[in-house]
Design a protein around this ligand. Structure first.
Ligand code: NAD
Length: 362
């Protein structure tokens, strides 16, 4: 039976990298029915909304989507489609493996970190009050009445809310992931020394959940120290679990440890739905140039195959990508900093990965 998958090409470099990923996924021999869905600026022009209901309906029906990056206008314009999809479908866990493949020019050896990011709350939830509005002024007045502090009247406000339910749920997800994937250690990241009621709650929840997993080591780190430790000695980390904003920042940092955003895949998961997408954004300046690395999207496809129970195809595709990187001939500019003029384009990488795929064993 073919797998029904919602395919969201996205914008910027999205259509190029999703097309490359679709080609290599099909070359594994696994059968797919792709249901194409448009979001972002194209959808805005056509349907008057950047996220038509039909897209959400398609993902709910198929339960699995492969998604390219989507541009979010900065400062004004519509809110992030990426965040809206996660919220709408309660995709509470963002999984971002950062693994160093042999042949990638990087500062360290043996980095194999998985960042588990809470996906729905924290400063990222988009609960905001624009400066100078009645609502912002009312809130400032209310806060003054509580005597918790004084906020200047010309402030814009973003709310950071962290709940017990969602903190426990994401930490449990991280420990279950660690157990299933034979990982040894979970590190919770926070700034509980300063934000005692939000990050402090996250840390307390993490400690409580950790008690149920005596087989896995648990530790916590303050986010600033964590950033330094990751840059100095990344080999000491295994699974990292973090609230939304720290998880977002640290997963880009970890991507930088293993060769950059061109090789950093991701998955957004609920208990019964999944949207697979690379960590990177739409890289607008490279749109249509057949230049950027499609491997992050392809590796997101590997995660999708694993999720679909197609383990052998997942292993074959990951091995093919790894072989292409190790050979070093058919790779994009980001993996060839010494000789970018010898780099190939997005679609040539897909050709090489397809060629490197070994046939399935009986
Ligand atoms: P970006 O990830 O798009 O690009 C930053 C830089 O990283 C690029 O200029 C490029 O040098 C490099 N890069 C990114 N992807 C690469 C690839 N596949 N191969 C090689 N190099 C690559 O980040 P940005 O410029 O901050 O964001 C651009 C837009 O993307 C913004 O509108 C942002 O909101 C959006 N965005 C979307 C998502 C998503 O769809 N999930 C995620 C992040 C950012």
């Amino acid at each position: 039976m073919p797998h029904n998958i919602t395919l969201i090409p996205g914008d910027g470099v999205g259509p190029e990298v999703t097309e490359a990923a679709r080609r290599v996924l099909e070359a594994t021999g696994v059968k797919f029915n792709w249901e194409i869905a448009e979001v972002g600026e194209h959808a805005m022009k056509k349907y008057g909304t950047p996220l038509p209901d039909s897209v959400i309906a398609s993902i709910k029906k198929n339960r699995v989507a492969l998604k390219g990056p989507v541009t979010t206008p900065v400062g004004s314009g519509f809110r992030s489609v990426n965040v809206a999809i996660r919220k709408e479908l309660e995709l509470y866990a963002c999984l971002r493996p950062c693994k160093l493949y042999p042949g990638i020019p990087a500062r360290y050896k043996d980095v194999d970190i998985v960042v588990v990011r809470e996906n729905l709350e924290d400063l990222y939830a988009g609960v905001e009050f624009e400066h100078g509005t009645d609502e912002a002024l009312q809130l400032i007045k209310l806060i003054a009445e509580t005597k918790r502090g004084v906020i200047r009247p010309d402030s814009g406000i973003s709310i950071k809310a962290i709940s017990e339910f969602r903190s426990k749920r994401i930490v449990k997800f991280a420990f279950d992931y660690a157990r299933t994937n034979r990982r040894k250690r979970v590190t919770a990241v926070h700034k509980a020394n300063i934000m005692k009621f939000s990050d402090g709650l996250f840390l307390a929840c993490a400690r409580e959940v950790a008690n149920d997993y005596p087989d896995i080591n648990f530790e916590d780190r303050i986010v600033d120290n964590m950033s330094m430790q990751l840059v100095l000695k990344p080999g000491q980390f295994d699974v990292i679990v973090a609230p939304n904003l720290y998880g977002d920042i640290l997963s880009d940092l970890c991507a930088g440890l293993v060769g950059g955003l061109g090789v950093a895949p991701g998955a957004n998961l609920s208990d019964d739905m999944a949207v697979f997408e690379a960590t990177h954004g739409s890289a607008p300046k490279y749109t249509g140039l057949n230049k950027v690395n499609p491997m992050a999207m392809m590796l997101s496809g590997v995660l999708m195959l694993q999720y679909l129970g197609e383990k052998q195809a997942a292993d074959r595709l990951e091995n093919a990508i790894s072989a292409v990187i190790a050979e070093g001939k058919n790779i994009t500019y980001d993996l060839k900093p010494e000789a970018p003029e010898k780099a190939v384009g997005t679609s040539q990488v897909a050709d090489a990965v397809i060629k490197a795929l070994v046939p399935p064993s009986e």
